[in-house]
Design a protein around this ligand. Structure first.
Ligand code: GLY
Length: 325
Protein backbone atom coordinates (compact mmCIF):
# COMPACT_ATOMS: atom_id res chain seq x y z
CA UNK A 1 0.00 0.00 0.00
CA UNK A 2 1.28 3.45 -0.81
CA UNK A 3 0.06 6.65 0.73
CA UNK A 4 -1.61 8.96 -1.82
CA UNK A 5 -1.70 12.46 -0.35
CA UNK A 6 -4.67 14.71 -1.02
CA UNK A 7 -5.30 18.14 0.46
CA UNK A 8 -8.54 20.06 0.27
CA UNK A 9 -8.64 23.86 0.29
CA UNK A 10 -11.74 26.07 0.43
CA UNK A 11 -10.22 29.27 -0.89
CA UNK A 12 -7.44 30.65 -3.03
CA UNK A 13 -5.98 32.72 -0.19
CA UNK A 14 -4.97 29.60 1.72
CA UNK A 15 -3.05 28.47 -1.40
CA UNK A 16 -0.94 31.63 -1.22
CA UNK A 17 0.01 30.65 2.33
CA UNK A 18 0.80 27.12 1.20
CA UNK A 19 3.20 28.28 -1.53
CA UNK A 20 4.94 30.63 0.86
CA UNK A 21 6.71 27.67 2.42
CA UNK A 22 10.46 27.67 2.10
CA UNK A 23 10.48 25.24 -0.86
CA UNK A 24 11.77 26.10 -4.33
CA UNK A 25 8.69 25.87 -6.51
CA UNK A 26 8.72 26.01 -10.32
CA UNK A 27 5.22 26.36 -11.72
CA UNK A 28 3.98 25.00 -15.06
CA UNK A 29 0.56 26.50 -15.69
CA UNK A 30 -2.17 26.31 -18.27
CA UNK A 31 -2.82 29.64 -20.05
CA UNK A 32 -6.51 29.31 -19.04
CA UNK A 33 -5.65 29.89 -15.37
CA UNK A 34 -3.20 32.73 -15.87
CA UNK A 35 -5.51 35.11 -13.96
CA UNK A 36 -4.84 33.21 -10.71
CA UNK A 37 -1.03 33.21 -10.94
CA UNK A 38 -0.35 36.48 -9.12
CA UNK A 39 -2.99 35.67 -6.47
CA UNK A 40 -1.35 32.36 -5.56
CA UNK A 41 2.37 32.62 -6.31
CA UNK A 42 4.74 35.36 -5.23
CA UNK A 43 6.78 37.15 -7.93
CA UNK A 44 9.96 35.24 -7.18
CA UNK A 45 8.41 31.85 -8.10
CA UNK A 46 9.35 31.01 -11.73
CA UNK A 47 6.36 30.20 -13.95
CA UNK A 48 6.13 28.59 -17.39
CA UNK A 49 2.98 28.82 -19.51
CA UNK A 50 1.62 26.03 -21.69
CA UNK A 51 -1.51 25.85 -23.79
CA UNK A 52 -3.51 22.81 -22.82
CA UNK A 53 -4.69 21.52 -26.16
CA UNK A 54 -4.49 17.84 -27.04
CA UNK A 55 -1.75 18.53 -29.66
CA UNK A 56 0.46 19.81 -26.84
CA UNK A 57 0.13 16.62 -24.84
CA UNK A 58 3.35 15.58 -26.49
CA UNK A 59 6.95 14.72 -25.79
CA UNK A 60 7.84 18.13 -27.32
CA UNK A 61 6.00 19.93 -24.52
CA UNK A 62 7.76 17.75 -21.92
CA UNK A 63 11.09 18.70 -23.52
CA UNK A 64 10.11 22.40 -23.54
CA UNK A 65 9.52 22.17 -19.78
CA UNK A 66 12.91 20.47 -19.32
CA UNK A 67 14.65 23.13 -21.48
CA UNK A 68 13.01 25.85 -19.37
CA UNK A 69 14.21 24.17 -16.15
CA UNK A 70 17.75 23.94 -17.58
CA UNK A 71 17.64 27.63 -18.61
CA UNK A 72 16.54 28.49 -15.05
CA UNK A 73 19.36 26.33 -13.62
CA UNK A 74 16.80 24.36 -11.61
CA UNK A 75 18.52 21.69 -9.55
CA UNK A 76 17.31 18.43 -8.11
CA UNK A 77 15.72 19.83 -4.98
CA UNK A 78 13.08 21.91 -6.78
CA UNK A 79 9.37 21.06 -6.72
CA UNK A 80 7.47 21.39 -9.98
CA UNK A 81 3.87 22.50 -9.61
CA UNK A 82 1.34 21.43 -12.26
CA UNK A 83 -1.31 24.14 -12.20
CA UNK A 84 -4.12 23.42 -14.65
CA UNK A 85 -6.11 20.48 -16.01
CA UNK A 86 -5.21 16.91 -16.92
CA UNK A 87 -2.91 17.82 -19.82
CA UNK A 88 -0.88 20.10 -17.53
CA UNK A 89 -0.48 17.44 -14.85
CA UNK A 90 0.40 14.78 -17.45
CA UNK A 91 3.21 16.75 -19.11
CA UNK A 92 4.49 18.30 -15.87
CA UNK A 93 4.48 14.97 -14.03
CA UNK A 94 6.31 13.40 -16.97
CA UNK A 95 8.93 16.17 -16.94
CA UNK A 96 9.28 15.76 -13.15
CA UNK A 97 9.90 12.04 -13.61
CA UNK A 98 12.78 12.54 -16.06
CA UNK A 99 14.36 15.94 -15.34
CA UNK A 100 17.74 15.22 -13.73
CA UNK A 101 16.43 11.66 -13.26
CA UNK A 102 13.51 12.86 -11.21
CA UNK A 103 12.43 15.82 -9.11
CA UNK A 104 9.40 16.22 -6.84
CA UNK A 105 6.13 17.66 -8.10
CA UNK A 106 2.75 18.79 -6.81
CA UNK A 107 -0.60 18.84 -8.57
CA UNK A 108 -2.89 21.83 -8.25
CA UNK A 109 -5.75 20.78 -10.56
CA UNK A 110 -8.21 23.37 -11.84
CA UNK A 111 -10.67 21.25 -13.82
CA UNK A 112 -13.24 18.86 -12.38
CA UNK A 113 -11.81 16.01 -14.43
CA UNK A 114 -8.35 16.58 -13.01
CA UNK A 115 -9.61 17.12 -9.44
CA UNK A 116 -11.40 13.76 -9.35
CA UNK A 117 -9.20 11.72 -11.67
CA UNK A 118 -6.28 12.88 -13.82
CA UNK A 119 -4.26 14.66 -11.11
CA UNK A 120 -4.51 11.75 -8.66
CA UNK A 121 -2.51 8.54 -8.83
CA UNK A 122 0.69 9.49 -10.61
CA UNK A 123 0.01 8.38 -14.16
CA UNK A 124 1.79 10.73 -16.51
CA UNK A 125 1.71 10.42 -20.26
CA UNK A 126 1.72 11.94 -23.70
CA UNK A 127 0.11 11.03 -26.99
CA UNK A 128 2.04 9.53 -29.87
CA UNK A 129 0.59 10.50 -33.25
CA UNK A 130 -3.13 9.97 -32.76
CA UNK A 131 -2.81 7.37 -30.00
CA UNK A 132 -3.50 8.61 -26.51
CA UNK A 133 -1.18 8.16 -23.54
CA UNK A 134 1.10 5.74 -25.39
CA UNK A 135 4.26 6.96 -23.64
CA UNK A 136 4.38 7.80 -19.97
CA UNK A 137 5.63 7.08 -16.49
CA UNK A 138 4.29 6.46 -13.01
CA UNK A 139 5.39 9.32 -10.80
CA UNK A 140 3.43 10.09 -7.66
CA UNK A 141 2.98 13.78 -6.86
CA UNK A 142 3.99 14.83 -3.35
CA UNK A 143 0.36 15.84 -2.98
CA UNK A 144 -2.71 16.81 -5.00
CA UNK A 145 -4.32 19.99 -3.71
CA UNK A 146 -8.02 20.19 -4.51
CA UNK A 147 -9.70 23.59 -4.43
CA UNK A 148 -13.20 23.52 -6.02
CA UNK A 149 -13.28 27.35 -6.21
CA UNK A 150 -11.35 27.09 -9.52
CA UNK A 151 -14.35 25.36 -11.05
CA UNK A 152 -16.27 28.66 -11.04
CA UNK A 153 -14.40 29.73 -14.18
CA UNK A 154 -14.62 26.37 -15.97
CA UNK A 155 -16.66 26.28 -19.25
CA UNK A 156 -19.88 24.21 -19.05
CA UNK A 157 -18.56 21.62 -21.53
CA UNK A 158 -15.56 20.94 -19.29
CA UNK A 159 -17.77 20.61 -16.23
CA UNK A 160 -19.90 18.09 -18.07
CA UNK A 161 -16.74 16.20 -18.98
CA UNK A 162 -15.79 15.98 -15.30
CA UNK A 163 -19.28 14.79 -14.34
CA UNK A 164 -18.72 11.63 -16.41
CA UNK A 165 -15.57 10.75 -14.41
CA UNK A 166 -17.34 11.63 -11.15
CA UNK A 167 -20.21 9.26 -12.00
CA UNK A 168 -17.74 6.60 -13.17
CA UNK A 169 -15.95 6.65 -9.82
CA UNK A 170 -19.22 6.28 -7.92
CA UNK A 171 -20.52 3.47 -10.17
CA UNK A 172 -17.36 1.63 -9.13
CA UNK A 173 -17.27 2.58 -5.46
CA UNK A 174 -20.60 3.76 -4.00
CA UNK A 175 -24.21 3.54 -5.16
CA UNK A 176 -25.21 6.00 -2.44
CA UNK A 177 -22.74 8.64 -3.67
CA UNK A 178 -23.72 7.90 -7.28
CA UNK A 179 -27.40 8.62 -6.51
CA UNK A 180 -26.53 11.80 -4.62
CA UNK A 181 -24.34 12.88 -7.53
CA UNK A 182 -27.08 12.31 -10.14
CA UNK A 183 -29.49 14.24 -7.91
CA UNK A 184 -27.08 17.17 -7.48
CA UNK A 185 -26.17 17.40 -11.17
CA UNK A 186 -29.72 17.05 -12.48
CA UNK A 187 -31.03 19.64 -10.00
CA UNK A 188 -28.53 22.16 -11.42
CA UNK A 189 -26.46 22.57 -8.23
CA UNK A 190 -23.30 24.54 -9.17
CA UNK A 191 -20.34 22.18 -9.30
CA UNK A 192 -18.23 24.28 -6.88
CA UNK A 193 -20.93 23.61 -4.28
CA UNK A 194 -20.50 19.86 -4.70
CA UNK A 195 -17.40 19.97 -2.52
CA UNK A 196 -18.29 16.90 -0.50
CA UNK A 197 -18.89 14.76 -3.62
CA UNK A 198 -15.66 15.99 -5.22
CA UNK A 199 -13.72 15.11 -2.05
CA UNK A 200 -15.36 11.68 -1.84
CA UNK A 201 -14.58 10.89 -5.49
CA UNK A 202 -10.97 12.07 -5.15
CA UNK A 203 -10.54 9.99 -1.98
CA UNK A 204 -12.16 6.94 -3.61
CA UNK A 205 -9.69 7.13 -6.48
CA UNK A 206 -6.76 7.62 -4.09
CA UNK A 207 -7.87 4.53 -2.10
CA UNK A 208 -7.93 2.38 -5.24
CA UNK A 209 -4.53 3.61 -6.43
CA UNK A 210 -2.98 3.11 -3.00
CA UNK A 211 -3.75 -0.62 -3.34
CA UNK A 212 -2.48 -0.97 -6.94
CA UNK A 213 -0.17 1.87 -7.87
CA UNK A 214 1.08 0.29 -11.10
CA UNK A 215 -2.25 -0.65 -12.67
CA UNK A 216 -1.67 -4.39 -12.51
CA UNK A 217 -5.01 -5.39 -11.13
CA UNK A 218 -7.55 -3.41 -9.06
CA UNK A 219 -6.73 0.00 -10.57
CA UNK A 220 -7.87 -1.21 -13.98
CA UNK A 221 -11.48 -0.78 -12.86
CA UNK A 222 -10.90 2.98 -13.18
CA UNK A 223 -10.70 2.45 -16.93
CA UNK A 224 -14.43 1.73 -17.02
CA UNK A 225 -15.74 3.32 -20.22
CA UNK A 226 -12.27 4.24 -21.45
CA UNK A 227 -11.63 1.51 -24.05
CA UNK A 228 -14.59 2.58 -26.15
CA UNK A 229 -14.22 6.22 -25.09
CA UNK A 230 -10.61 6.40 -26.30
CA UNK A 231 -11.65 4.79 -29.58
CA UNK A 232 -14.23 7.54 -30.13
CA UNK A 233 -11.62 10.20 -29.35
CA UNK A 234 -9.16 8.54 -31.75
CA UNK A 235 -11.79 8.37 -34.50
CA UNK A 236 -12.70 12.04 -34.09
CA UNK A 237 -9.05 13.07 -34.04
CA UNK A 238 -8.02 11.07 -37.11
CA UNK A 239 -11.07 12.25 -39.05
CA UNK A 240 -10.75 15.89 -38.01
CA UNK A 241 -14.31 15.90 -36.70
CA UNK A 242 -15.56 19.42 -36.02
CA UNK A 243 -16.50 20.11 -32.38
CA UNK A 244 -15.15 16.81 -31.03
CA UNK A 245 -16.53 15.40 -27.80
CA UNK A 246 -14.79 16.03 -24.53
CA UNK A 247 -13.01 13.12 -22.88
CA UNK A 248 -15.85 12.75 -20.37
CA UNK A 249 -18.55 12.67 -23.03
CA UNK A 250 -16.65 9.90 -24.83
CA UNK A 251 -16.24 8.05 -21.51
CA UNK A 252 -19.98 8.37 -20.77
CA UNK A 253 -20.77 6.66 -24.09
CA UNK A 254 -18.04 4.13 -23.28
CA UNK A 255 -19.63 3.29 -19.92
CA UNK A 256 -22.96 2.55 -21.57
CA UNK A 257 -21.16 0.49 -24.24
CA UNK A 258 -19.39 -1.45 -21.46
CA UNK A 259 -22.73 -2.04 -19.70
CA UNK A 260 -24.22 -3.33 -22.96
CA UNK A 261 -21.24 -5.66 -23.41
CA UNK A 262 -21.65 -6.79 -19.80
CA UNK A 263 -25.32 -7.59 -20.47
CA UNK A 264 -24.41 -9.46 -23.67
CA UNK A 265 -22.00 -11.62 -21.64
CA UNK A 266 -24.60 -12.29 -18.99
CA UNK A 267 -23.00 -10.23 -16.22
CA UNK A 268 -25.59 -7.51 -15.67
CA UNK A 269 -29.36 -7.03 -15.96
CA UNK A 270 -30.95 -4.87 -18.61
CA UNK A 271 -32.46 -2.74 -15.82
CA UNK A 272 -28.95 -1.66 -14.80
CA UNK A 273 -28.29 -0.33 -18.32
CA UNK A 274 -31.67 1.46 -18.28
CA UNK A 275 -30.79 3.13 -14.96
CA UNK A 276 -27.43 4.35 -16.26
CA UNK A 277 -28.90 5.60 -19.55
CA UNK A 278 -31.71 7.48 -17.82
CA UNK A 279 -29.37 9.00 -15.18
CA UNK A 280 -26.72 10.04 -17.73
CA UNK A 281 -29.39 11.70 -19.86
CA UNK A 282 -30.71 13.56 -16.79
CA UNK A 283 -27.17 14.82 -16.26
CA UNK A 284 -26.87 15.99 -19.88
CA UNK A 285 -24.36 13.30 -20.90
CA UNK A 286 -24.48 11.45 -24.25
CA UNK A 287 -25.19 7.71 -24.18
CA UNK A 288 -24.78 6.59 -27.78
CA UNK A 289 -21.90 6.83 -30.24
CA UNK A 290 -22.70 8.74 -33.42
CA UNK A 291 -20.10 6.57 -35.23
CA UNK A 292 -20.52 3.03 -36.55
CA UNK A 293 -19.08 0.38 -34.21
CA UNK A 294 -16.93 -1.17 -36.93
CA UNK A 295 -14.72 1.89 -37.38
CA UNK A 296 -13.83 1.94 -33.69
CA UNK A 297 -12.53 -1.64 -33.59
CA UNK A 298 -9.04 -0.94 -34.97
CA UNK A 299 -8.57 1.83 -32.41
CA UNK A 300 -9.67 -0.49 -29.62
CA UNK A 301 -7.05 -3.01 -30.78
CA UNK A 302 -4.37 -0.35 -30.37
CA UNK A 303 -5.54 0.52 -26.90
CA UNK A 304 -2.73 0.25 -24.43
CA UNK A 305 -4.83 -1.95 -22.16
CA UNK A 306 -4.52 -4.72 -24.76
CA UNK A 307 -1.73 -6.98 -23.53
CA UNK A 308 -0.36 -10.19 -25.07
CA UNK A 309 -2.90 -9.89 -27.87
CA UNK A 310 -5.75 -9.73 -25.37
CA UNK A 311 -7.90 -6.83 -24.38
CA UNK A 312 -9.09 -6.35 -20.82
CA UNK A 313 -12.75 -5.46 -20.86
CA UNK A 314 -13.85 -3.52 -17.78
CA UNK A 315 -17.46 -4.55 -17.38
CA UNK A 316 -19.94 -3.32 -14.77
CA UNK A 317 -22.06 -6.03 -13.15
CA UNK A 318 -23.92 -3.44 -11.09
CA UNK A 319 -23.02 -0.68 -8.67
CA UNK A 320 -19.82 -1.36 -6.73
CA UNK A 321 -19.17 -4.52 -8.74
CA UNK A 322 -16.92 -4.63 -11.79
CA UNK A 323 -15.45 -7.61 -13.62
CA UNK A 324 -12.29 -7.52 -15.71
CA UNK A 325 -12.84 -9.95 -18.57
N1 GLY B 1 -7.49 7.41 -14.96
C1 GLY B 1 -7.29 6.04 -14.62
C2 GLY B 1 -6.16 5.83 -13.68
O1 GLY B 1 -5.60 6.78 -13.15
O2 GLY B 1 -5.80 4.71 -13.43
Amino acid sequence: MINIRLEFRDDIKSLRDFFNESERYYVVYDSNVKQFISEIFSNDIPCFEIKSVEENKSIDTVMDICRWLISMEADRDVILVAFGGGITSDVTGFAASIYKRGVRYLNLPTTLLAQVDAAIGGKTGVNVDSFKNMVGTFKQPESTIICPVFLKTLPAKQILSGFAELLKTFIITSEENYNECVKSISSGLPVWEMTSLICKAAQAKADIVSKDEFDKDLRRVLNLGHTYGHAIEWYEHTNDVENPMTHGEAVAIGIIAAANESFARGYCDESFIDTLVSDFQKCGLPVKSPYPNGVLISAIRQDKKGMNGQLHMILPVGFEKIVID
